[in-house]
Design a protein around this ligand. Structure first.
Ligand code: HSE
Length: 430
């Protein structure tokens, strides 16, 4: 049987998962491709480290050129992470006519188009299913399963760390800091969780999804990003009372050729399917003009789920090799980019305010909304006895972003309002 030779750049969590599948699922691979896929070399940073698969010890190398420049290797799998080094290695591999599979969302969000073009120029494949949603086959769903449809909107819970933190805050009534510390102690959240909790990881994934769903060349600068660090327990409790869950969601919506792409803490009605996506799970809700609403749900990270996406890419590349069709899997954005301006963006909003507990305070607030022609959907008030204040939580009907920004300012200036404590967008209402 003909042999296909694979080089691995990296042997961390995801690399271990890939080795696990390539070792234990040979039969499945041969069934799918009719060929034998073998690991030839694995790039590591430390030769001495104890690893799960010690039978591959003789394949380990510290020298990337043993993979990138090795004429025996057909396919390179990049699972080392980071940006500049990985970008260089992938360019060199493509130049040397090796097909590449990567799980690197940071790299693909920033330099995906450049790398995809390089792959096409060299007649090579570049697959990256694992870069968004771990084990969820969302990239294939957008480029194949829904290829015939016109996607109008995507709402994604695409970051497991923040979804875990917000789920725990909601179900166990603990603070952001407490859950983060617990998640770090369990090795679940990164020691430096900045890119997760500040929304950057989710923004990168929404950029990749938007390229594929809309073919619009958005960049990270086009994404309005807010993380979860200012989400208070009170926001979660009031949202629940009003019938909503708070999630860190990415939304990318196209209307009349204009895109609005953002990541931020967002309220979802408790009966929306995304509201019950808990813990480290991911889900992407896709609206198609013809298909209607679809949801793709599953584990967004982890050794084996991520490895499944990579090895499925590997199977695609090997099948292409068999059919001589490599280098044609090119999804470069080909539409003009036009971002929606603030005066055309509309949303519903949640607000939480501290107000003076005195006669007429609530009517002044509702009067202001009335003057600004913003209609209220729900409103609740609870006393804050200790502070001799009241806490008011509001859900508005759909309003223009500019109009909302105006009322936010006016509320802050209102004599009876001590402070607008928080505000978030609301998504997923019919
Ligand atoms: N840090 C990412 C997350 C890992 O929390 O979802 C998967 O990309």
């Amino acid at each position: 049987m003909e042999k296909i030779s694979v080089g691995l750049l990296g042997f961390g969590t995801v690399g271990t998962g890939v080795v696990h599948l390539l070792t234990n699922e040979q039969e499945k691979l041969q069934q799918q491709t009719g060929l034998s896929v073998q690991i030839s070399k694995i790039l590591v940073k430390n030769l001495e480290k104890t690893r799960k698969f010690d039978q591959y010890e003789q394949l380990l190398t510290l020298d990337p050129s043993e993979i990138i420049d090795n004429p025996e290797i057909d396919i390179v799998i990049e699972v080392m992470g980071g940006i500049e080094e990985a970008r260089r290695y992938i360019h060199s591999s493509l130049k040397n006519k090796k097909h590449v599979i990567t799980a690197n969302k940071d790299l693909m969000a920033l330099y995906g188009n450049e790398l995809l073009q390089a792959a096409a120029d060299h007649g090579c494949d570049l697959y990256y299913e694992a870069s968004v949603g771990g084990g969820i086959p969302i990239l294939r769903s957008l480029t194949e399963g829904l290829a015939a449809d016109r996607i109008t909107k995507m709402i994604g819970i695409v970051n497991g760390t923040t979804n875990y933190i917000l789920s725990k805050m909601s179900h166990q009534s603990v603070s952001y800091e407490e859950v983060l510390q617990e998640a770090q102690a369990l090795g679940f959240a990164e020691a430096d969780p900045t890119s997760d909790v500040e929304g950057l990881d989710a923004a990168r994934k929404m950029v990749i999804l938007s390229h594929l769903a809309y073919s619009i060349p958005v960049t990270l600068e086009d994404v309005n990003v807010e993380g979860i660090t200012r989400v208070a327990e009170e926001d979660i409790q009031y949202s629940k009372k009003l019938g909503f869950a708070i999630k860190l969601v990415g939304t990318a919506e196209v209307e009349d050729g204009e895109i609005d792409i953002r990541v931020g803490p967002t309220l979802l009605p408790l009966n929306h399917p995304l509201a019950s996506v808990d813990n480290e799970n991911n889900a992407i809700y896709v609206y198609g003009k013809s298909v209607g609403e679809t949801m793709f749900y599953g584990p967004g990270a982890g050794e084996l789920p991520t490895a499944i996406a990579i090895v499925s890419d590997l199977i695609s590349v090997v099948k292409n090799l068999k059919h001589g069709s490599n280098g044609h899997h090119l999804f470069l954005p080909n539409q003009k980019k036009q971002c929606k301006s603030a005066d055309s963006i509309e949303s519903q909003y949640f607000l939480r305010l501290h107000v003076k507990d005195q006669p007429g305070a609530l009517s002044k607030i509702t009067g202001l909304f009335n003057e600004q022609e913003i209609s209220l959907l729900k409103i609740i008030q609870e006393p804050l006895f200790k502070e001799k204040l009241a806490e008011v939580a509001i859900i508005t009907h759909t309003t223009k972003q500019l109009q909302f920004e105006q009322i936010y300012q006016l509320l802050n200036d209102l004599d009876s309002v001590i402070e607008v404590k928080s505000y978030y967008r609301v998504e997923g209402m019919k």
